[in-house]
Design a protein around this ligand. Structure first.
Ligand code: SF4
Length: 332
């Protein structure tokens, strides 16, 4: 089972390598990937340097080009695929079928992974991507129950990667338009749920902090209350006289408990979310998952997460709480 870790900059990449990543996934500094935030990601030169350092340590590097090419922007997305091939990444993570087709025809030897943004939730969908574009691996969306993941894994024609830890996305990924309603831009087009240029923070004299996305009030925090980045799905809204996290409370996915089941199902790789996270976060999360995967692989039947590991992950989680998300859902 491979540990696939995020890196939003060179320091995070080195930190992930030092703490036991098998594979690092990255993005270029533009809207071609779904973590397009100011100051984040890699220039081609930085990525070349990162790949060289990773390869010397036996670690693979993937490049996410997982937003959808926009009308009039094809050249930018095509160029990102070409750069991935020229830089010698170990695989490219794609969602757009036009780009998958381009990559398969132009760079047939560059391994292609279907991004979670491709939203493939059935064996039939995986077969389509495999037959048409020769994908080697698919990242499953975080909307599937464990039983569904096991069912798909039993017949999947490609390697499967699932999310192990990090921010949750409650929509079928690649199909969320929440941010578009407020800003005209979405993670699928501009690479961010809440593009930073649309975010505004206001603090009043009594210490109350309000977060807005293009003028839409997302949340209001009392003085001293921990304030999260304003994402529409995690905002507090008043519905039927009740003000609460209407769609989803702040929480992080944590599947440490499910490692043996995922291993038995034949899942190839565990992905950690968080290219936007600090190197300090990466250090702790990668170290916990490295230890857990090694213990699980050594003795799957005897494996249980250690309380210290769970406590470390909880402390790093959104709202200081974790969930199994859709994995534990009983309905289909
Ligand atoms: S706004 Fe929320 S539900 Fe939509 S893509 Fe972003 S994280 Fe997912």
């Amino acid at each position: 089972m491979e540990l696939v870790c995020p890196a939003g900059n060179t320091t995070a990449l080195r930190t992930a390598i030092d703490n036991g990543a098998d594979t690092i996934y990255t993005g270029l500094s533009d809207a071609t990937n779904a973590r397009h935030f100011p100051g984040l990601n890699f220039s081609p030169d930085q990525l070349a340097q990162g790949i060289s350092e990773a390869h010397k340590r036996g670690v693979r590097v993937l490049l996410a080009v997982n937003t959808y090419a926009q009308p009039g922007g094809w050249e930018r997305w095509r160029s990102a695929v070409d750069q991935a091939a020229a830089l010698g990444v170990d695989g490219i993570i794609l969602a757009d079928i036009g780009l998958l087709d381009y990559a398969a025809r132009t760079h047939p030897n560059l391994p292609r992974h279907l991004s979670v943004q491709g939203s493939a939730t059935s064996v039939e969908a995986l077969r389509f991507y495999h037959e048409c574009f020769g994908i080697r691996r698919a990242v499953l969306p975080r909307v599937l129950s464990l039983a569904q993941v096991q069912q798909i894994a039993a017949d999947a024609p490609v390697e499967l990667e699932v999310f192990g830890f990090g921010s949750l996305c409650i929509m079928a990924e690649g199909r969320c338009l929440l941010s578009s309603y407020a800003t005209g831009e979405s993670p699928n087009t501009a690479g961010a749920c809440s593009p930073a240029g649309h975010v505004r923070w206001d603090e009043t004299a009594d210490g109350t902090l309000s977060s807005r996305l293009n003028g839409v009030l997302i949340d209001r925090f009392k003085a001293g209350e921990k304030a999260g980045y304003p994402t529409l799905c995690k905002g507090r809204f008043t519905v039927a006289d009740r003000t609460d996290h209407t769609l989803e409370p702040p929480t992080s996915l944590n599947t440490l408990d499910l490692l043996p089941a995922l291993h038995r199902a034949g899942i190839t790789a565990i992905k950690l979310e968080g290219r936007q996270r600090s190197p300090g976060y990466i250090r702790q999360v990668v170290a916990v998952w490295r230890q857990a995967i090694d213990r699980c692989l050594a003795a799957p039947d005897a494996y249980t997460p250690e309380p210290g590991e769970q406590a470390r992950l909880s402390a790093l989680s959104e709202g200081s709480q974790t969930t199994l998300g859709a994995y534990s859902r009983s309905w289909q």
